[in-house]
Design a protein around this ligand. Structure first.
Ligand code: ATP
Ligand code: MG
Length: 197
């Protein structure tokens, strides 16, 4: 499961746990993205901070793991390259890429969408208010590689958490306490004036 995880929250963790149960996965590997050359918004936590938060968040679950493959890579990270490296690390394993429906609808813009679908099954978590019908408009080859996860997403987003922190509103119960404490201790997201998303 890839993401910026800025910060990781219970929406991600719950989706990963549901996907693991439904698909009978042995492990879920969380892959925080590297820092894009042009940050999307002011106040984005660094790759190492997002890695640390993800590490704290997965501590409670034996099936959850974390990978440095994207945070160690300079510049843009591509899902295709990550899947190729996973294939190399786990040659005997069946691979699934867990993603929210919002992210998968953009797959046409990703590097090598058809190679991605040949490397893994795409496990899609639906999100209330998002256009699930959009999936039907994806090319057949991609659609055939999609497995829908029955449980819908929790209505939690990292954007909302960052905004709440910057406004000094509480974020307890939206994310693991250890992650909340890390944000607090390191003063993350306290100045977010430039946020546009
Ligand atoms: P942001 O608001 O910064 O975009 P986000 O909450 O969407 O953050 P990302 O790191 O962008 O989190 O998402 C990583 C992956 O997790 C994506 O595939 C996204 O669709 C999925 N995801 C995000 N929020 C949820 C949620 N509440 N439940 C399930 N999956 C989610
Ligand atoms: Mg997102």
């Amino acid at each position: 499961m890839g993401g910026t995880f800025d910060p990781i929250h219970y929406g991600h963790l719950f989706a990963a746990a549901e996907a693991a149960d439904e698909l009978g996965l042995d492990n879920v590997i969380f892959v925080p993205t590297g820092t894009p050359p042009h940050k999307k918004y002011d106040g984005m936590a660094s790759a190492s901070e997002r890695y640390d938060m993800t590490l704290l968040a997965i501590a409670e679950n034996d099936r959850f793991e974390i990978s440095r493959t994207e945070t160690d890579r300079a510049g843009m990270s591509y899902t295709l390259d990550t899947l190729l490296s996973m294939r190399g690390l786990y040659p005997q394993s069946e691979l699934f890429f867990i993603t929210g429906v919002d992210a998968i609808l953009d797959i046409g813009k990703w590097k090598g969408p058809f190679e991605i679908t040949s490397l893994c099954t795409i496990a899609v978590v639906t999100r209330p208010g998002y256009d699930n019908d959009g999936l039907g408009r994806l090319p057949g080859e991609i659609r055939r590689s999609v497995r829908m996860i029955g449980t819908p997403m929790l209505d939690i987003s990292a954007t909302d958490i960052r905004r709440r922190v910057s406004l000094r509103h509480g974020v307890r119960y939206l994310l693991p306490e250890a992650v909340r404490a890390y944000i607090d201790k390191n003063g993350l997201y306290s100045k977010m004036d430039g946020e546009s998303s």
